[in-house]
Design a protein around this ligand. Sequence first.
Ligand code: SF4
Length: 340
Amino acid sequence: MSARASIIPVFVQHLGCPHACVFCNQRRISGQERPASAETVREAVRAAESLPRDQKRELAFYGGSFTAIPAERQTELLAAAKEALDAGQIDTVRLSTRPDAIDEQVLARLRRYGVETVELGAQSMDDEVLRRSGRGHTAADVIRASAQVKAAGFRLILQMMTGLPGDSPGRCVESARRIIKCRPDGVRIYPTVIVKDTELYEMWRRGEYREHTVEDAVNICARIVPLFERAGIPVIRLGLNPTEELSGGAAVAGAYHPALGELVRSRILYHEAARLLKGVRPGSRVILEVHPSQVSQMTGQHRENLLALREAFALREIRVKPGACALGEIRILASDADVK
Ligand code: SF4
C-alpha cells in the first residue's frame, strides 16, 4: 500500500458551532449545503468504492468544529464511519475541530469509534489576533488541547492561518514557533482568503482590514515553512483547496491562488539560491542543479526567480538543470562561476 491516502471527504458544517470566526462561511468553503448524517457517510464510502486499493483510504470529517456538534450527532456520524472501518471499506478516520471543544470525554468517544487523527484549528498563537478574528479561544487552549490529543495517542495535526486581523509577519513567525512547541505530526497552513458573506468581507469593505495578498502570503509562508520542516514537522497543505465556488467568485480577495504551495516552494528555493550565490563574482555563468521535480519551482513562474537572481548578482547567465539532489537541495555547478 502506498504511503499516500485517498481522502473520502464528509463535510460537517457549522452545526453546533457557537462561534463566528470573521473569516468563516463554512457553507461556501466546503461548497456544499446539506447537513451531514450517517447516510452522508455511507454515501461517501460507497462513492469511494471505485478508488484504487493500493492507497490507504482515509475518511475525513471536515468543517472545523466536529466535537462541538451535539453528542448524538457525533455518535451517529462516528458509528457510520466505524461500520465502514470494521467492514474494511476504509482504513482510517480523521476529523477537525476547535481546541476548546476537546476534553477527556470527547477524546474517549473518538477513540471508541476508531478515529486516528485529530486536527485542531489553532489559526494563531497570538491572543490578540485570535480575539480580533472572533475565534473565541486562546493560545493556551491550543497548548492544552494539543497535549491532551497527543497524550491520548491520536495523531495531531495543527492548522494555522496567516494574515488574520491584527496579524503581522513577526506574529506569524512567533505563532509558528509556538505551534512547533506543541509537537504536531503535521501542519496545514491557510493564508487568509476574504470570502463573500463573512464578517471579514464587511471589515475589508469598511477599510478595517487590509487584504493579505498572495504576495504577502508567499513571503510569510516562505519564512515559516522552513521552520516547520527543520523541526521535522511536515507541512501537509498550503492554501485552501480550490473549489468551483471559491474560484467562481466567492473568494473576493486575499491569498486565494490554486497553486499557492508551488509559489511558496519556488520562493523558498529563491532564498536558498540567493544565499548560495553570495560568494559568486559578478559576470559569472552559473548553473543551478536541483531535484528533477523542482526544476520549474527553481525557475519560477515566467522565469521570475532566474531573472531576479541574474539581476541581484549581476550574472552573465544563470540556468537550472535536474541533478542528483535531495528535495530542497541546490548545488551550484562551477561553470565559470568564480567564487570570491
Ligand atoms: S469555529 Fe470553525 S466552523 Fe465555527 S465559525 Fe469558526 S471556523 Fe467556522
